[in-house]
Design a protein around this ligand. Structure first.
Ligand code: C2E
Ligand code: MG
Ligand code: MG
Ligand code: MG
Length: 280
């Protein structure tokens, strides 16, 4: 009986694996089609200066709309695009679209763009970014590239060359999701960053808010010492915003300050911001 039960379990396991494989293959086909049809587009979430309350940048966040109101998360399709060898084409498309949108924003508003970990081992990445930027007419000073810690340890030599090329071109580099990798602090000694984005897991106020407060305080002090701007992501409430502003955090991002919005809504937000500036 035990043997039979084991055989059934294995059969179920096989069936589940097969279903998962089919699901992935289907998604890969759909992803390829979506890229060709240009139905993956950047949305934009504002980054707010916590002293002036002004929008200083928008972060481009890829959105794959499969049907009205229905989206696949980038956390799902970016890794898939990497495995399927589609990431270069997808990134190029998203970056060009984002630059084309950003040239129409006020000069004071930058574009922040995410680069996935595997791409930092592509020696041509820097060239591709600079070429897309030049063709769009967006000033390099208005582009910031976000990289995560895990991206830097795969192929340190290539990553360094890419980041150096970008920096030399006047593009800024932000270290994203800071504090979640296992070598966060060592990255700060090896690479030059213009900005650190504290991961939102540090911002969510848990049971240990006193310890959380101390850790975030220390990160902000670190940024001050290194002359690096600090952004806090995942601000969802007024109390979190007050807490971070009081600690002297430079920039904030999160649902409380603004949800990711499509290009048209982001442009409207810019216009509103510009009018407000005129009235001040
Ligand atoms: P990320 O770069 O850390 O982006 C922040 C994520 O947090 C976004 O999720 C954003 O929608 C979400 N978020 C913003 N504010 C809040 C908040 O107050 N609360 C909560 N709970 N979440 C908030 P999203 O858009 O699903 O993107 C997930 C990740 O996918 C990004 O994390 C980034 O690593 C990656 N990604 C997004 N777009 C691209 C892209 O165009 N290229 C690449 N390579 N990666 C991308
Ligand atoms: Mg990011
Ligand atoms: Mg982040
Ligand atoms: Mg994050």
């Amino acid at each position: 009986a035990a043997k039979k039960a084991r055989r059934n379990t294995l059969a179920r396991f096989d069936a589940a694996m097969e279903m998962e494989a089919v699901r992935r293959a289907t998604m890969e086909t759909e992803l390829r089609r979506a890229i060709r049809a240009r139905s993956i587009v950047p949305h934009y979430q504002p980054l707010i200066d916590l002293r002036s309350n002004e929008i200083v940048a928008f972060e481009a966040l890829a959105r794959w709309q499969t049907s009205p109101g229905q989206y696949v998360s980038p956390a799902e399709f970016i890794p898939l695009a990497e495995e399927a060898g589609l990431i270069v084409e997808l990134t190029d498309q998203l970056l060009r679209q984002a630059c084309a949108d950003a040239v129409r924003w006020p000069e004071s508003i930058s574009l922040s763009f995410n680069i996935s970990p595997t791409q930092l081992s592509d020696p041509l990445l820097g060239l591709r970014i600079i070429r897309a930027l030049n063709e769009s007419g967006l000033s390099p000073r208005r582009l910031e590239v976000e990289v995560t810690e895990s991206a830097l340890i795969n192929d340190t030599k290539t990553a360094r060359r890419i980041l150096d090329d970008l920096t030399a071109a006047g593009i800024r580099i932000a270290l994203d999701d800071f504090g979640t990798g296992y070598s966060s602090l060592s990255q700060l000694t090896h690479f030059h960053f213009d900005k650190i984005k504290i991961d939102r897991s540090f911002i969510r106020s848990g049971d240990d808010s006193e310890r959380q407060d101390k850790v975030v305080r220390a990160i902000i002090a670190l940024g001050l010492g290194l002359g690096i701007k600090i952004t806090a992501e995942g601000i969802e409430s007024e109390s979190q915003l007050r807490w971070l502003a009081d600690l002297g955090c430079d920039i904030g991002q999160g649902y409380f300050l603004g949800y990711p919005a499509d290009a048209r809504q982001a442009a409207a937000l810019c216009l509103h911001e510009a009018r407000r500036g005129l009235l001040n």
